[in-house]
Design a protein around this ligand. Structure first.
Ligand code: NAG
Ligand code: NAG
Ligand code: NAG
Ligand code: NAG
Ligand code: NAG
Ligand code: NAG
Ligand code: NAG
Length: 919
């Protein structure tokens, strides 16, 4: 009897605990099943609560697992059937795990909520299961660079929401499926913008039904297959088309005459087929910039009249296309022209390059023609290839244009004004000369609008847009470097650009960082900037993860290997029981550990501050008073006690504590604890010994800040702020950056304080929040003041004002004069110290060379630009100040005391410089 009642009690527990559990048991069991099938799962995949305890790579909503993002972490194993119990899963990204093998289970069709199925660059094989057609909500299907074989399942046509279909670089064969009233086909994908089916073994024709005028397709990539038959004229109806690759097949027949209706086409590859008939008429395709129609058997033809009319053309490749006649000189005057390859034709007469040729022209390749004369060579600096033309005569003509020369373009990201540092072991020096373990991989561009691979401008654009993308997705990236490893010559190959991504503020990424970066590239969240066309990324395995915190509950880890679902019930019971035990333990500590900081009783704080005695008072203001105290451990603390009238509501107070307890950075004052008792609102901070920057600038704290110290203070404050903007989750806008709120510790490290007005930005609010205008006059962003739209750029404005304050030690508004305007009006870049002598604080060390002062002023001026969009991001400001310091010969990361032998603490009384005019 006793046993039976115990069992009953257990069941009751189970039922109640199941309700309180943070992870649905079904999902937990599914993840256990995956874990049992894989090696190299994240080390923190222990304990029974993936959602509550934050298993890395697992995302949850309302106790249900909604995303699995685990790219580039070296997973090996296969996909097990049980993972399909994750019935709320929206995103599955397992890209760049070469060790994942075997087929995709048919049961994948049960994941009905799936939006993103992304398995790029793994080793999956076997046919793509037709059950994939049940994933009706799917938006992104990326299975490229695996070893899938068999036919494209017609059921993909059911995925009516699909935007992106990428099956590139597999071993798929058979026809491109189209619907016939009974089975489905790709022609039903009326929302798709991307058909990427290149580099497979697809055969049969390109069905005319595949295309219609309703389709918003912008990329059609069918290159490198075995397609036969003619190009359907329906392709000419796809008005949105920007990139067309059907090269490297066995297509025959003429190019449809309606092709020149594709007026949005930018890149067109028809090469290496068996196309016949007249040369296509490309007149009026005014955006066309890259054309390759080489190696076809077109009718012999004179140079077509559209040659000199395509104003956007950068690249014209028509090798072996039976062209005859003379090349019109006007062709070379097309303003963006870079490359002309017309080799293996019957071009004759005189080659006239002309003096007005495009200044970007780098290559004219006319080998194997009948050209007998050359004019205007003098004005042309690029490569000219004329071997095997009459003009080169018999073999042995040594004119440079008559000898085969190989020019290889190469590129690698340059260091940014910094001294290269030797890195130990396998670390690599970043463009900012910091040693770290970068995440590496290759970007493969399937089409480009340019061909001058040696022009660095393009890679610089790519670097910038990658960084922009990383920053706007709040990824912890410091910098990227690119290298062109293996320059291509034949246009049918994809351009491979090696990518290294360096971690921000650390030596290595953690697993979450890698997964998020991997997802940005696998999910095509990153859109390459215009001269670059469609791409895919293949990441390398990342080996050097920062140690993630192991679950503290490893003592109750249960490791169960579940193959089938028979054990399900047993596991449910076990899982639930463990959850229950855990819950009970947690509940006991909930009161104190709900926040990540300590809770103090009013009694304790009274003890630590000598009953809030006047002697302990270190500051006061509208909000109340700040007291110094010390904990029993000896740690000094600053206690901010709000006045009754200035108190915020309980909810706001709680929000502030939650916000503060989440941010940890050496340039932010950290919260030690709080007290919320008997109507008091008290915050307990770490004690920062040298007071506020304002006190130093005004002379009150009698700390002298020379130019180097000011730079260091600016850098510290900027880093703290950049952390709030970029790495706090959700991002936080401080809203009250000013010299009173920058504190200096014993080594004069700056710490940003006072988050009373700070505002977190929730995802659903977009990039700005509309708020009641708060802040301090003089520091306040005019745009925010007028529009009430608060963005990070408002803090950047205040920071700019703070920079001017650092230079001048003046209040932003003094005697009715606004410092921003005064500096703007007085500064003159051509004069010594930008003509700002009268403004500079003499304590800055006016006699000394103020290295980098000009750049510092320039940066401040960019920060206070009127439109927020013109101001730099805080991460850029950090970089720029670091650069200024490096130019001035100081290591921004060196400890202050070690580089500043001249530091003299003057707070003990006698100033070493008695005449010093403190304000
Ligand atoms: C070309 O496109 C226009 C619409 O942009 C359409 O009206 C016209 O019929 C098309 N011409 C051919 C030949 O397809
Ligand atoms: C090419 O197309 C343009 C307009 O689309 C037309 O005016 C021209 O006659 C065509 N040229 C040939 C050779 O068919
Ligand atoms: C020219 O193109 C045709 C058609 O693709 C091809 O069969 C032939 O081999 C090519 N000739 C040369 C010399 O490349
Ligand atoms: C044309 O065909 C020849 C011979 O197959 C090949 O070497 C060349 O790379 C092809 N040209 C282009 C532009 O694809
Ligand atoms: C490099 O490319 C840019 C952008 O197309 C162009 O403005 C610039 O003139 C090019 N530089 C050279 C040396 O061709
Ligand atoms: C050719 O190159 C020389 C030296 O590299 C340069 O000074 C000149 O401006 C170039 N001319 C043209 C037309 O690009
Ligand atoms: C991973 O790193 C990011 C930023 O560097 C940090 O916000 C996050 O908390 C880290 N995650 C874990 C589990 O350590």
């Amino acid at each position: 009897m006793v046993q039976r009642s115990q069992l009953f009690l257990l069941l009751v527990f189970i039922i109640f605990s199941a309700i309180a559990a943070e992870t649905e048991n079904q999902d937990y069991v599914a993840l256990l099943s995956l874990k049992s099938m894989w090696q190299n799962t994240p080390p923190n995949w222990v304990g029974p609560d993936p959602c509550g305890k934050g298993w890395e790579g697992i995302g949850c909503t309302n106790s249900r697992v909604t995303s699995i993002m685990l790219s580039s972490i070296g997973l090996t194993g296969s996909l097990s059937g049980d993972f399909v119990m994750l019935s709320e899963l929206k995103t599955l990204d397992l890209s760049y795990n070469k060790g994942l093998t075997g087929p995709i289970p048919r049961s994948i069709g049960n994941l009905k909520k799936l939006l993103n199925l992304i398995l790029v660059g793994c080793s999956f094989s076997g046919p793509i299961p037709d059950t994939i057609g049940s994933l009706r909500q799917l938006l992104y299907l990326s299975l490229n660079s695996n070893q899938f074989s068999g036919q494209i399942p017609p059921s993909i046509g059911n995925l009516s929401s699909l935007l992106w279909l990428d099956l590139t670089d597999n071993q798929l064969n058979g026809p491109i499926p189209i619907s016939d009233g009974i089975t489905c086909g790709l022609d039903m994908l009326l929302n798709a913008r991307h058909f990427h089916l290149g580099q497979n073994n697809l055969s049969g024709t390109i069905p005319p039904q595949l295309f219609n005028s309703e389709m918003p397709l912008i990329h059609v990539l069918l290159d490198g297959n075995q397609l036969t038959g003619s190009i359907p004229s329906t392709l000419g109806l796809v008005q949105a088309l920007e990139v067309l690759r059907i090269d490297g097949n066995a297509l025959s027949g003429p190019v449809p005459s309606n092709f020149n209706n594709l007026t949005n086409l930018i890149q067109m590859f028809l090469s290496n087929n068996k196309l016949t008939g007249p040369l296509p008429n490309l007149t009026s395709m005014n955006l066309l910039s890259y054309v390759d129609i080489s190696n076809n058997t077109f009718d012999g033809s004179d140079v077509p009249p559209w040659f000199p009319t395509l104003q956007s053309l950068t690249t014209l490749i028509m090798e072996n296309t039976t062209l005859q006649g003379q090349i019109p000189v006007a062709l070379f005057s097309l303003p963006h022209l870079q490359t002309v390859v017309l080799k293996k034709n019957q071009l004759n007469g005189s080659l006239v390059i002309g003096t007005t040729h495009s200044n970007q022209l780098k290559l004219i390749d006319l080998q194997l023609n009948s050209i007998s004369d050359l004019e205007g060579k003098e004005a042309y600096n690029g490569t000219l290839k004329l071997e095997d033309n009459p003009i080169c005569g018999v073999k042995g003509n040594l004119n440079s244009y008559c000898t085969v020369s190989l020019s290889n373009a190469s590129y690698s990201t340059q260091k940014v004004d910094c001294e290269p540092v030797p890195c130990n072991s396998d670390q690599i020096s970043s463009p900012y000369c910091r040693c770290a373990y970068p995440y590496t991989g290759s970007l493969f561009f399937e089409a480009l609008s340019f061909s001058d691979l040696g022009n660095n401008t393009y890679y610089n654009i790519l670097e910038e847009s990658l960084m922009y993308s990383f920053h706007s997705h709040q990824l912890p990236v410091d910098s990227v470097s690119l290298a062109l490893s293996n320059p291509i010559t034949a246009s049918s190959e994809y351009l491979e650009v090696k990518l290294k991504v360096f971690p921000y503020g650390q030596v290595c990424f953690n697993l979450t960082g890698i997964s998020n970066i991997g997802f940005m590239l696998s999910n095509q969240t990153f859109k390459p900037p215009p001269p670059f066309g469609p791409f895919y990324f293949i990441g390398d395995k990342y080996e050097k993860f920062t140690e993630s915190k192991k679950s503290s509950r490893s003592s109750i880890v249960i490791e169960v290997v579940v193959g089938g679902s028979i054990l399900l019930l047993v596991i449910l019971l076990a899982g639930v029981y463990v959850l229950h035990t855990k819950k009970r333990a947690e509940r006991a500590i909930e009161h104190t550990s709900h926040f990540c900081v300590g809770w103090f009783s009013l009694k304790e704080l009274e003890k630590y501050t000598n009953h809030f005695s006047v002697a302990n008072e270190i500051g006061s203001g509208g909000y109340g008073k700040v007291y110094q105290g010390s904990l029993p451990t000896g740690q000094l603390i600053a206690i901010k006690r709000s006045k009754k009238e200035s108190m915020q509501g309980g909810l706001e107070f709680k929000t502030e504590i939650e916000l503060l307890s989440r941010v940890h950075h050496k340039n932010l004052v950290s919260l030690v604890g709080f007290c919320f008792e008997k109507g008091e609102q008290i915050l307990v901070y770490e004690y920062v010994s040298n007071g506020s920057l304002k006190d130093s600038l005004s002379g009150k704290s009698r700390i002298r800040l020379d130019w180097m110290r000011r730079l260091r203070v600016a850098l510290g404050a900027a880093r703290g702020l950049a952390y709030l903007h970029e790495f706090a989750n959700p991002p936080i806008i401080h809203r009250d950056i000013k010299s009173n709120n920058i504190l200096l510790d014993e080594s004069l490290n700056a710490k940003v304080s006072d988050f009373g007005l700070s505002k977190p930005i929730d995802d659903n609010e977009g990039s700005h929040v509309i708020t009641q205008v708060k802040g301090t006059m003089g520091y306040m962003d005019p745009e925010y003041y007028m529009t009430h739209k608060l963005t990070e750029k408002s803090d950047v404005y205040s920071f700019g004002v703070l920079m001017l304050e650092l230079l001048t030690a003046r209040k932003p508004i003094e005697h009715g004069k606004y410092i921003v305007r005064e500096v703007q009006e007085t500064m003159d870049k051509t004069k010594h110290l930008y003509n700002l002598h009268e403004f500079l604080d003499p304590a800055i060390g006016l006699g000394t060379t103020l290295k980098g002062l000009g750049k510092f002023v320039d940066l401040a001026m960019r920060c206070v630009k009127e439109p927020g969009s013109d101001r730099p991001m805080m991460v850029e400001v950090v970089k720029e100040i670091e650069n200024i310091m490096e130019l001035a010969g100081v290591n921004p990361d060196a400890n202050f005391t070690s580089t500043s032998a001249s530091y003299e603490e003057t707070s003990k009384g006698n100033s070493p410089n008695p005449g010093y005019p403190y304000r």
